[in-house]
Design a protein around this ligand. Structure first.
Ligand SMILES: Nc1ncnc2c1ncn2[C@@H]1O[C@H](COP(=O)(O)OP(=O)(O)OP(=O)(O)O)[C@@H](O)[C@H]1O
Ligand SMILES: [Mg+2]
Length: 161
């Protein structure tokens, strides 16, 4: 079956642990140079996803939102670069691309508020769109935009049912 046949999967998670578990499964597919774009409103669960993704990469340190820096680096099976661009003001958005540099080629980069990178986002990226807030279940759409990110959908296996 052609790998490219699946470009999106939608998963519903009922609690933060389920969101972290989904991210952990996806992380098994991570390869050097990948970028995972997390998109969702305040409190959607982007950081929960990043925590689970890190756990799946074997990161043992606690992953929190980087408060005073735009990027934090963690050691795992691959280096994990966690960016949170919430504080990147609208007028500075063009500068966001400068946060992506050669170092990230060796690891996997997970970006909260990734839409703020605009055209600096690589064409082939895994997009994770999280909808829902509060105690509601989250609808998480995992979308691959090329062969590199397509591996993540393969890692999820066949849809249930
Ligand atoms: N199914 C779920 N998945 C993820 N988080 C959930 C879920 N249900 C409830 N929550 C709660 O929603 C909150 C998500 O917070 P989190 O910090 O991950 O959001 P965020 O998208 O990173 O927000 P911010 O934009 O402020 O960085 C947590 O308090 C978590 O416990
Ligand atoms: Mg966050």
């Amino acid at each position: 079956m052609p790998i490219a046949s699946v470009a999106e999967r939608v998963v519903e998670t009922r609690d933060p642990a389920a969101t972290r578990a989904l991210a952990g499964r996806l992380a098994k597919a991570a390869a050097p140079g990948d970028l995972v774009a997390l998109i969702g409103e305040l409190g959607a669960g982007k950081t929960q996803f990043a925590k689970g993704f890190g756990a799946g990469l074997g990161v043992t340190a606690t992953i929190n939102s980087p408060s005073f820096v735009l990027m934090a680096e963690y050691r795992g099976r691959l280096p994990l670069f966690h960016l949170d661009l919430y504080r990147l003001g609208e007028t500075e958005e063009a500068l966001g691309g400068g946060l992506l540099d050669d170092r990230q080629a060796e690891g996997v980069t997970v970006v909260e508020w990734a839409e703020r990178l605009g055209p600096a986002l690589p064409d082939d990226r895994l997009e994770v769109l999280i909808e829902g807030s509060g105690d509601e279940p989250r609808r998480i759409a995992v979308r691959a935009s090329g062969p590199r990110s397509g591996r993540y959908l393969e890692a999820l296996g066949e849809p249930a049912g």
